[in-house]
Design a protein around this ligand. Structure first.
Ligand code: KIV
Ligand code: ZN
Length: 528
């Protein structure tokens, strides 16, 4: 950190607010994987979940608190005694833990949702902050919907919760209604009106309903905020939250404007984005700042010419700075050692068995595709993760289709009893035919809710990735598949999703209290 800049803390809430994105349901294992990656990015605080919301979320927060080293592990709690106690228990195993409590303070929330008076909200905020302090030294308080709260009242609540022991005050623009100038002015006014705000960390949590989440977060930093709450890829409730990668790069590129430095390892940003996209099933728009597929692509001749002569002509940062350099890495003749080296450089430490499988996949790919890039390798690894513990897997797929042909698919799958079974089906299209054949073998009923395809790298021989989301009653399962043959990728994704659906239903039968795959927040009717 340079002498002139101050430390800006990043609290990443992908595992809590991000999980509130419509349709997203992360399993405990998914959450752990993301938490490990957030630790590699070196965020200061991981908001791991909302422990009171479900036994599954409680277990996930506790597992993260036990296993993840480095960042502070935070849990969210409403201003209810039971919430705070449950949260305290879940984060307890962490070396450094935080309890984050919140209550709606705006008139709309007080009257419309909570049916509480100003005084009741005030008293609850103060007493629950004090309770949280009995369990942890590190307590964050959020007056939800701060941007639509009467400023004088907001200042009174903030002053009283600092008095009661809050060490971080987080002002949320819960509905993404603020604009940068107005928001910055509110923060500056709060510093004047509540002098003790200088004794704690001021944080902001900006939603993106007007596309201003990152701008509002950065304006807050100029007003003195020293913690910003983010989500990877800007996911989150409705239009999402400020994007981790945008806040990271804007502050890194402009220390003279913001006067702060984060401790983030920006070379991990692209990989984090891919992991979160794969596990949530939320594709990243190609023109997404910093991590989108087009973020470093130069299309027009003038731009290409300029970049070839001097990259600074049309690039404010290099793709390598965020770990997105799609360099040509390996080819057909590359050996196991070279693959291991390259994966290690990319931050993957595989055991012998994993490396063996990855090498087989790499050789298959190198036979079909001349240039194997880092992105291809990442797709292979993600695909391998999905098949590692499946109870049935795809062995063979053959599809015939054409202008005057009814699409027909032959599928063979290997089951956990060691027996391979085969089926043939007709369909409206090749994917439909393949899915029908898989259905007749797997016998796991589920409704296809979403199907998305995207190319991992450019060119006709690109690796294609498919994500599918299945639903059965309240349970959702996400599947992911990658292959140079898009039909094979689609079939793998479907088989993966069916496995996960069967798995989570079996887990629910065994442990009905561990309702792991439903998004935590859906189970709470009132969030304050
Ligand atoms: O948007 C919001 O207000 C929140 C709080 C719980 C911090 O997510
Ligand atoms: Zn939020």
């Amino acid at each position: 950190m340079s002498a002139e800049t101050q430390h800006l803390r990043i609290l990443d809430t992908t595992l809590r607010d991000g999980e509130q994105s419509p349709g997203v349901a992360l399993s405990a294992d998914d959450k752990l994987q993301i938490a490990h990656q957030l630790a590699r990015v070196n965020v200061d605080i991981i908001e791991a979940g909302f422990p009171y919301s479900s036994p599954g979320d409680f277990a996930a927060v506790k597992a993260i608190a036990k296993q993840i080293e480095g960042p502070v592990i935070a849990g969210l709690a409403r201003c209810f005694e039971e919430d705070v106690r449950r949260c305290a228990e879940a984060v307890k195993p962490a070396k450094r833990a935080r309890i984050h409590i919140f209550i709606g303070t705006s008139p709309i929330h007080r009257e419309g949702q909570l049916r509480m008076t100003k005084q009741q909200v005030f008293d609850r905020a103060v007493s629950m902050t004090a309770l949280a302090r009995e369990f942890q030294e590190d307590v964050e308080f959020s007056p939800m919907d701060a941007s639509r709260t009467e400023p004088e009242y907001l200042a009174d609540v903030v002053a009283a919760t600092i008095e009661a022991g809050a060490t971080t005050i987080n002002l949320p623009d819960t509905v993404g209604y603020a604009t940068p100038d107005e928001w910055r002015a509110l923060l500056a006014w709060m510093y004047e009106r509540v002098p003790r705000l200088h004794d704690v960390v001021l944080s902001v949590h900006c939603h993106n309903d007007l596309g201003l989440a990152t701008a509002n977060s950065l304006a807050s930093v100029r007003a003195g905020a020293r913690q910003v709450e983010t989500c990877v890829n800007g996911i989150g409730e409705r239009a999402g939250n400020a994007a981790l990668e945008e806040v990271a790069m804007a502050t890194q590129l402009h220390p003279e404007v913001f006067g702060v430095t984060t401790q983030l390892d920006s070379s991990q940003l692209y990989r984090t984005s891919r992991l979160v996209s794969q596990l949530t099933g939320m594709l990243v728009q190609p023109n997404k700042a910093v991590v989108g597929a087009n973020a470093f692509a130069h299309h027009s001749g003038i731009h290409q010419d300029g970049v070839l002569k001097d990259p600074r002509t049309f690039e404010i940062m290099r793709a390598e700075a965020v770990g997105a350099g799609s360099s040509l890495v390996l080819g057909k003749l590359s050996g196991r050692h070279a693959l291991k080296e390259r994966l290690a450089q990319m931050g993957y430490a595989l055991d012998e068995e994993e490396l063996k499988r990855a090498f087989v996949r790499f050789k298959e790919l190198a036979d079909r595709k001349r240039e194997v890039t880092d992105r291809d390798l990442e797709a292979i690894l993600a695909d391998e993760r999905t098949v590692a513990d499946e109870s049935f897997r795809l062995e063979h797929l053959q599809v015939s289709c054409g202008t005057n042909l009814r699409p027909t698919a032959t599928v063979r799958m290997l089951f956990s009893d060691g027996v391979s079974r085969e089926s043939v089906a007709l369909g409206d299209g090749p994917v439909d035919a393949a899915y029908r054949a898989i259905d007749s073998l797997a016998q796991v009923p589920g409704e296809l809710e979403e199907f998305a395809i995207q190319a991992v790298s450019g060119g006709i021989d690109a690796v294609g990735e498919v994500s599918v989301r299945l639903r059965r009653d309240g349970t959702r399962a996400l599947g992911h598949g990658a292959d140079t043959d898009i039909l094979v990728a689609a079939a793998k994704a479907y088989v993966h999703a069916l496995n996960r659906l069967a798995e989570s239903e079996a887990a629910q039968r065994l442990h009905p209290e561990l309702d792991t795959d439903a998004p935590a927040i859906e189970r709470l009717a009132s969030t304050s």
